[in-house]
Design a protein around this ligand. Sequence first.
Ligand code: ME8
Length: 639
Amino acid sequence: MKPTFYITTPIYYPSGKLHIGNSYTTVLCDTINRYKQLRGFDTRYLTGMDEHGQKIETVSKEQNKSPQDHVDFLASETKKLWDLLDIKYDDFIRTTEPRHEQVVEQIFEQLLKQDDIYLGHYEGYYCMSDEAFFTETQLDEGNLCPDCGRKTELVKEESYFLRLTKYQDRLLKFIDDNPDFIRPVTRKNEVVAFIKQGLIDLSVSRTSFTWGVKVKSNPKHVVYVWIDALSNYISALGYKSDNTDLYEKYWNGDEVVHVVGKDILRFHAIYWPIMLMALDIPLNFKLYAHGWYVMKDGKMSKSKGNVVYPDPLIEKYGLDPLRYYLLKELPYSGDGVFTPENFIARINYDLANDFGNLVNRTISMTNKYFDGELHKPSQNYFEFDKILQDKIKDTVSVYTTEMDNLAVSKAIQNLWTLVSRTNKYIDETCPWILAKDDSKKEELNSVLYHLVESLRHIGILLKPILLDASKELFTQLNIPTDLQTWESLEFGSIENLKVIDKPTPIFPRLDKEEEEEYIKNMISGKKEEVIEEVFASIEDFDKLEFVVGEILECKKHPNADKLLVSKINTKDKVRQVVSGIAGSYTPEEMIGKKVIVVKNLKPVELRGVLSEGMILAGKRRKNYEVIEVSSLLPGDKVS
Ligand code: ME8
């Protein structure tokens, strides 16, 4: 049976558009999850939304919306972003779902019955933004929140309390006995120091608002949002439900990892383990708390106008460069600074130059010297061969250790030392000189074989990181699927191969000044970014005329690679339509299709060619799929 692996992100507050910082955890977990799949684990990846609490109640009131409508909209926006980032999660839990609420209700009642939760009075300060309680001594001057610097409110309410004090010593012992429980070690030290100061029982209910899970036995109280939120990690597995199979399999399985940002460490390293101890649930998870992406002028914030969002970066540069940047530039412990200069430098130096050129040179030389065909050499010819082979082996081993340790940035850094080493091997062996001597054919074949084998290893290790580029690399080298697996990571696995005739650059080099400028403008242009649902009225919709059209002719646009020019019969006439779908369809494939055309769009010239309408198509990442109909005829109305 395969070992199991369960990984979770924090569940996000539906507080607006997610930026690169809070998208980071989701990309990181996706990468680790894909790595575990590559290693043959039976994996489960959970993410979701934290939809209760005072802040959400207040914000939705301000927007004249019900809290449920508000969170429904933001949950769908968040899912769209994860699709754009190609996040392969297995479950998306929302704390407003009945499957979750009933678990929170039961957990609370059980703890109450056991006397791990008791009724008392709370007097202290509450930060609505962080949904966290503080004592007066913990606050910054002016009663400001010590975590986010916002104003706190004095709260005096009847409240239930969780007995943290009862479990304090047991938790300290657990942390001591399990040195890997909290990573990195600096975060563990912070937690231990905090506990040693002495815990106080935690207020776990509120009475001053209603948007939350009601305490079943005393419904004027709603459960504190963090008790509610933390329970998602087991409610999503069916804990205390009719079907606990997933819970048994993954929670009680081989590995459970919670990945969180440094600001929510305390909740996961103290409250959550104590909840689990009180519930008598095995404490078998590991916690990794990462640092933050910040800007040169400090934290990303809407008021400063320095927030970087993932969507426009993906739109302009593609997904792989963003994933690469995010995963590599945040150190294992500590924060990382996002700068446009560094973003473009990583694409140009690491991806286009070091990696992309290596692929290009390898394929071009293989074609030039051997018509694209190579075979496994029978021996080593140069001292550099063994050095490169050892480096490949060593890279796989370091990569494995770092990835197992969740240190993805270190794994990538190390992988790039193999990219550089392989480039250096070309300079050491000088294939262009070997090519001049007919008696050195075997040596030359061996050199190119070494390059391909190194790239094949790099491609396999890149699979969880660069999703498109790793596929593209295997396509260009023509590597069969059984040699793209973790099990095939052994030098010399290829017997014979034929690479494609002409390499296409996987990462084109960018114009430094132009692109840095573009990103800077993009960031500063987003000052007032708020997302609100935009509604179209039926009158708006009625303005557009949709009809069925049959494509009679189609050709490439003379001045633009991405455009196709179609002649379409829409019954009233044959109209010419220019569409940006050349990346997904050849002109021949379009001919004969019956598609849906927006007939009354104002005619425009696109790169010098008249376009009288638009073809409807769906888009998934870079791929378009035109919407086709079968039994309808040209001119039929679509509404
Ligand atoms: O805290 N860089 O949700 P949240 C890196 N609902 N990570 C960042 C970041 C940055 N600039 N800014 C935010 C919550 N994050 C709770 C979690 S879990 C049971 C409940 C990270 O939407 C932050 O550290 O405020 C946190 O891990 C995550 O985004 C979600 O933050």
